[in-house]
Design a protein around this ligand. Structure first.
Ligand code: ADP
Ligand code: G6P
Length: 343
């Protein structure tokens, strides 16, 4: 393993079930860290590298089928290798990482991963193994309710991949026991959870397109939680009116303290859709501790990718807020500054 001159890389873990928006979120994070991504299996940019933990499957698709184990089962994942490689990257060393080929279902020859300033490990189990968890400087869990997960799967797998509704529902059900046993519990102790739920603004909503998004921010961390108006208070806010244009069904914010499993958290909730992204500056003005570097940076980040999934609702907003916290954490750990990226 060759060494590099990158000191103190930061390692971030992003966990979620498949199809829950990890790649979409990480594109937003790349925007904040200004990553130019190279071609190839693993996105390796000039600042951030994103490692997909599917690459540490112990067996190919056929092997898993023969052994009757799902990819979510820890026995199907090589945690020892994952740990050794992430540790090496954190020490500024290059590694030869295996590749799981999602098209063929086989394990391809390994590829060279060079150290980088920020390494993101994303997948089903970044915080499952205690030694891996210990390596991570910042952890995020994307928590979709079943209704939303099904709606997104239908959108992707039915509309774009020709699967039937029955197939999609059966696949979610068959994964459920392992998901609940090995993936979902990781959310109990992470720095930030983004919960994505159906809206409360439309009674009996069947489409599940309007979302209620809750950002749970652990209080006891090195970065301060984002708050609305008054830190520690409980606040409901409907900003629609003279300063914020709202279409149907409008937008509603909630902020306040809560307990999540064993942790004190603060919750920022955004229910509904934004009608005009450029007006997000009004919302930004009322949020504090956003870790922006200049007035309007949060809005600018949203405007950068207006058509990215979630840009006009709380998912896009929370993606940006989490990414800004990651940047602040990087600066705290390394003592280095990340220049804000121009729009
Ligand atoms: P993962 O990387 O976790 O498998 P993706 O980022 O590929 O998930 O997203 C899975 C699907 O969900 C895609 O079709 C994507 O467009 C959709 N999606 C992701 N994030 C959002 C969002 N915030 N709002 C709506 N759809 C989304
Ligand atoms: C799911 C998991 C992935 C895994 C894949 C393997 O999508 O979320 O982490 O790599 O299953 O399934 P496959 O169809 O390739 O056997």
């Amino acid at each position: 393993m060759a060494s590099s001159n990158i000191e103190k890389p930061m390692i971030i873990g992003v966990a979620a079930d498949s199809g829950c928006g990890k790649s979409t979120f990480l594109r937003r994070v790349s925007g904040i860290f200004g990553t130019k991504v190279s071609q190839g299996h693993t996105p390796q940019g000039d600042f951030m590298t994103v490692i997909c933990l599917d690459d540490f499957h112990t067996q190919d698709r056929k092997g898993r089928a023969a052994a009757k184990v799902t990819a979510l089962d820890p026995v199907a994942n090589n945690f020892e290798l994952m740990y050794q490689m992430c540790k090496a990257l954190k020490e500024g060393k290059s590694v030869m990482k295996p590749i799981y080929n999602h098209e063929t279902g086989k394990i391809d020859p390994p590829e060279l991963i060079n150290p980088n300033h920020v390494i993101v490990v994303e997948g089903l189990h970044p915080m499952y193994d205690a030694r891996m968890k210990e390596l991570l400087d910042f952890t995020v869990y994307l928590d979709l309710s079943d209704e939303v997960k099904i709606a997104w799967k239908i959108q992707r797998d039915m509309a774009e991949r020709g699967h039937t509704l029955d197939n999609i529902l059966a696949s979610i059900e068959s994964r459920r026991p392992d998901f609940e046993a090995y993936v979902d519990p990781q959310k109990r102790d992470v720095d930030m959870v983004m919960q994505i739920l159906p809206t409360n603004l439309i009674p009996d909503d069947t489409e599940k397109k309007v979302l209620r998004v809750r950002l749970l921010q652990k209080e006891d961390t090195d970065v301060d939680a984002v708050y609305l108006y008054d830190e520690g208070s409980t606040i409901d806010w409907v900003p629609c009116g003279k300063k914020l244009t709202c279409g149907y069904p409008g937008i509603k914010f909630h902020y306040g303290p809560d307990t999540y499993f064993d942790n004190e958290v603060s919750v920022l909730e955004v229910d509904g859709n934004f009608a005009k992204l450029e007006e997000m500056i009004y919302v930004e003005t009322h949020l504090n501790n956003t870790s922006t570097k200049f007035y309007g940076e949060m809005t600018q980040q949203l405007l950068k990718n207006p058509n990215a999934p979630g840009s006009s609702n709380g998912t896009g907003l929370c993606q940006v807020l989490i990414a800004l916290k990651m940047r602040e954490m990087y600066e705290k750990i390394t003592g280095r500054k990340v220049l804000p990226r121009a729009a």
